[in-house]
Design a protein around this ligand. Structure first.
Ligand code: FE2
Length: 451
């Protein structure tokens, strides 16, 4: 049993001696996307992930009014009858608008509007049943990550004659190519799911979120329209924006080292830092909304190949166990995880401070500049009035063992730049479990937003 202690300066820590955590099995690397968890043996090659994979992204229509092209795109893909997969987007009028646009292009449609946040396995199958009943020959995913991830699952299930979606957890589990063309229209600025090969679906029997990665799930076309993002209320703008920031930070420092995607990640961080507070404070700020649309798009394209880190597995677990909002969970986990990771790659975190957050680091050491990135994230969270602790949003300490083990098993852990095990993850949960852990005290400096 792992029994190690990780301590963030100035705060208590969790010593993992009260329960059994999974031990690391060096013989079982198959769950990993790029070939193995960073385990050490004397026979291992000195370079981790020596062969990189850069995954494709779909053709994308981007800009104000882009969603109006959904009809012609569907027709061009050969759709006669589209299944719209959505949460319903209540009160926005978006579903009716897209239905009308499809109709004008002579594409009939059925609407599955049963998707919920942290999309569930049975929702994938309900949507699949509707697709089968109505003979839909294509899919239009309409919403944030939940709707798009659910639609990706439908595509996978349909290609395998209705097999259970839980059979496809992991990497490259599809045996058949997808038959249904799919258009993903994003209505939030955070997930980036419209441009990735990933889907995250809740396994309701096991009460956790499965991560799936498969080229067969990649949608045919993506549509990113900032006009739709304006319908988000402030708290959703904040949470989804912090999801985008987390994608970018985790991709930038990922130990997978996909350098081609770092430029996208650092630009995404810069755009979030400069625009998320404004988009949150004024949902009609056109420039801020457009820049956040680019930010989430760039961040997702970056992690599509560069992978993520431990923040996402922690958020996946809490989404599955408690049905908590993904972006909010990322926001709570991110600063302490960065603090833990800085010693592994200070040069990259220093880059985030200087090039991402625009801080003059000329009078700082590299390590000082690196830790400053943690403070910049904390300042951003303060501007967005984001919750600081896990127990405020409903996590129970009695679930710590389960949550830590599940998070470790998530293949997204592989990008974490600093070595970790389930005991470390338990420590990361506990460090701001019931009181905030912060490097920077927001009360010492007024918000950059004048309310
Ligand atoms: Fe995310």
């Amino acid at each position: 049993m792992a029994n190690q202690e990780y301590k963030i300066e100035g705060k208590g820590s969790y010593e993992s001696t009260s329960f059994e955590l999974n031990t690391v099995d060096p013989q079982e690397p198959s769950r990993q996307l790029h070939g193995g968890h960073p385990r050490r043996s004397i026979d291992e090659a000195p370079e981790e992930f020596p062969v990189k994979t850069v995954f494709p992204t779909p053709r994308t229509t981007f800009g104000w009014g882009a969603h109006e092209s959904v009809g012609e795109e569907a027709a061009a893909l050969g759709m006669d009858h589209a299944l719209i997969v959505t949460t319903g987007l209540s009160g926005t009028g978006i579903v009716d608008s897209v239905t009308d646009i499809l109709d004008d292009a002579d594409v009939a449609s059925s609407v599955y509007d049963g998707v919920t946040s942290n999309p569930k396995d049975f929702e994938v199958h309900e949507a699949y049943e509707l697709q089968q009943e109505d003979g839909a020959d294509g899919i239009v995913a309409l919403g944030g990550g939940s709707s798009i991830d659910c639609a990706k699952g439908v595509r996978l299930v349909e290609a395998h004659d209705g097999r259970d979606i839980t059979e496809f957890e992991g990497v490259d589990k599809a045996e058949n190519p997808s038959n249904l063309p799919m258009i993903a229209v994003s209505t939030t600025a955070g997930t980036g799911s419209e441009t990735t090969i990933y889907s995250v679906i809740s396994d309701t029997d096991e009460q956790y979120k499965m991560a799936l990665a498969d080229l067969g799930m990649l949608n045919s076309v993506a549509i990113v329209d900032p006009a739709l993002h304006r319908t988000m209320p402030p708290h959703l703008t904040a949470w989804t924006g912090m999801d985008a920031l987390t994608h970018a930070v985790e991709a930038y420092v990922s130990r997978l080292g996909v350098k081609s995607n770092r430029a996208m990640a650092i630009e995404a961080i810069r755009l979030v830092a400069e625009n998320l507070p404004q988009a949150y404070a004024n949902g009609n700020d056109r420039e801020a909304r457009e820049n956040m649309a680019w930010a989430q798009f760039l961040a997702a394209q970056s992690f599509n190949s560069a992978g993520l880190g431990i923040v996402h597995p922690m958020a996946h677990v809490l989404g599955g166990v408690y049905d908590l909002p993904h972006g909010l969970c990322n926001s709570i986990a991110l600063p302490a995880a960065m603090e833990y990771e800085v010693p592994a790659t200070p040069e990259l975190f220093a880059d985030i401070t200087e090039r991402g957050f625009g801080v003059d680091t000329s009078d700082m050491t590299e390590m000082e500049a690196a830790y400053r990135a943690v403070e910049e994230v904390e300042k951003l969270k303060a501007d967005l009035n984001i919750t600081q602790t896990w127990d405020q949003i409903g996590m129970q300490e009695e679930d710590l063992e389960k949550c830590s083990n599940y998070a470790f098993e998530d293949f997204c852990t592989e990008g974490t730049p600093r070595d970790l095990d389930p005991a470390t993850i338990a420590d990361l949960f506990m460090v701001n479990f019931d009181e905030p852990w912060v490097r920077y005290d927001p009360s010492e400096e007024p918000s950059r937003i004048t309310l």
